[in-house]
Design a protein around this ligand. Structure first.
Ligand SMILES: [Zn+2]
Length: 380
């Protein structure tokens, strides 16, 4: 198994390493241009980073004997990041190298309702297991990131008033994992991780709303290419009140929250009342695919309500794209109902070039987002 070590970088070294790890630069000249540092200062720090085994330089001579431009890369032995994205009933766990490339990704069943201590200890054991079986020999672990399906206070790393996470309210998640690892620990809302990972697949889109429609409903907000957290609650649209003929009490105690009608959990409980048993949100998608009218009507209504909330956000922040992820996003009626509501109700100027689409990055998007944010934390 690998050791655990904080990255030995100081000040501007971290910025240069981040520019290379993020794929923004691969030469000293590009580093100088992007960092604003003098060329001599960049060269000195690059030599230090190469000397400490964090950067490698390759491609100096081609096979035909001609010179090729040399290229700086983060060394594959510079470190490993352990990242996890927790849902209600499963966790996606991965090891990434410092450039964010996955070394291994696994999905394992995990009940978040067992409470924070049992869940976090299980995650730590799972990371140890992945490192022992897939961690490259001698490459140290540099940091831990975990995404949770509830609001996270970024200052304290605690979950605040989550739904469907009994025992987690105000639990010191970062502190608990930090006691196990003594490394930088990043705790983040799952929709925020999805947004950061997904944003890379939308070049040219600077402002993006990334909706996560699974058991719950979340939204990550990217403004000018950067995750907007606010004080931690930015994008949390789950308890926005929606208009409805009936009246439902939400888990937060208020009436008619979006989550009480449009979350996967809400759809599953309505289906159960109608005698249609489903275990997870993807089962609802399967019912829609099979043409079960009750499921299709519910999903369409969920899309309409989500779309109505999004109309306010689109008029307000005027994004370049709305990207829909999470297990419910695979239900086509959800996306078309969101599109219909937004295009009908928003200002023409706001929707003229607006794209509304499902995620492009695949099932590992949140883990990739976790890697990007964690590298920032590790290098700062
Ligand atoms: Zn609520």
């Amino acid at each position: 198994m690998s050791g655990k070590e904080r990255l030995p970088v100081r000040g501007a070294q971290g910025d240069l390493l981040r520019l290379i790890a993020g794929g923004h630069a691969e030469s000293r000249a590009e580093l100088a241009r992007l960092s604003g540092l003098a060329a001599s200062s960049v060269s000195l720090r690059v030599e230090e980073l190469i000397g400490s085994g964090l950067l490698v330089e390759e491609g100096s001579v081609s096979s035909r004997g001609g010179r090729r431009p040399r290229r700086l890369r983060v060394s594959p032995t510079a470190g490993v990041l352990a990242v996890a994205d927790l849902g209600g009933h499963h966790a996606r766990l991965g090891l990434l190298d410092l450039s964010g490339t996955p070394l291994v990704v696994e999905e394992r069943p995990c009940e978040i309702a067992l409470g924070p201590e049992a869940t976090l200890n299980w995650i730590a054991a799972s990371f140890d297991d992945l490192l022992a079986t897939h961690g490259p020999a001698g490459v140290p672990l540099r940091g831990i990131a975990i995404g949770l399906p509830g609001p996270v206070d970024p200052a304290s790393g605690r979950v605040v008033s989550p739904s469907r996470m009994p025992g987690w309210n105000n639990f010191p998640v970062a502190e608990h994992l930090g006691a196990h690892y003594d490394l930088p620990v990043l705790v983040e809302n799952d929709a925020n991780l999805l947004a950061v990972g997904e944003a890379r697949a939308w070049p040219g889109c600077e402002t993006v709303l990334v909706l996560k429609a699974g058991s719950g409903i979340g939204c990550g907000v990217i403004v000018n290419g950067v995750l907007h957290r606010g004080r931690g609650a930015a994008g949390d649209i789950s308890h926005v009140r929606v208009s409805s003929d009936s009246s439902v009490t939400c888990s937060c105690g208020h009436l008619d929250c979006l989550e009480a009608y449009a979350s996967g959990a809400a759809l599953m409980s309505v289906l159960a009342e109608q005698g249609i048993a489903v275990g997870r949100p993807s089962d609802v998608v399967a019912l829609v695919d099979d043409g079960i009218p009750e499921a299709t009507a519910l999903v369409r209504n969920a899309g309409r309500l989500i779309g109505e909330v999004l109309t306010v956000l689109v008029n307000f922040i005027n994004p370049d794209a709305i990207v829909v992820g999470g297990s419910l996003s695979k239900a086509e009626p959800l996306i078309s109902a969101i599109r219909a509501a937004v295009y009908e109700r928003c200002l023409p100027l706001a929707t003229r070039d607006l794209e509304i689409a499902v995620t492009r990055s695949g099932p590992d998007a949140a883990l990739l987002g976790a890697g990007i944010l964690l590298l920032d934390a590790v290098l700062s």
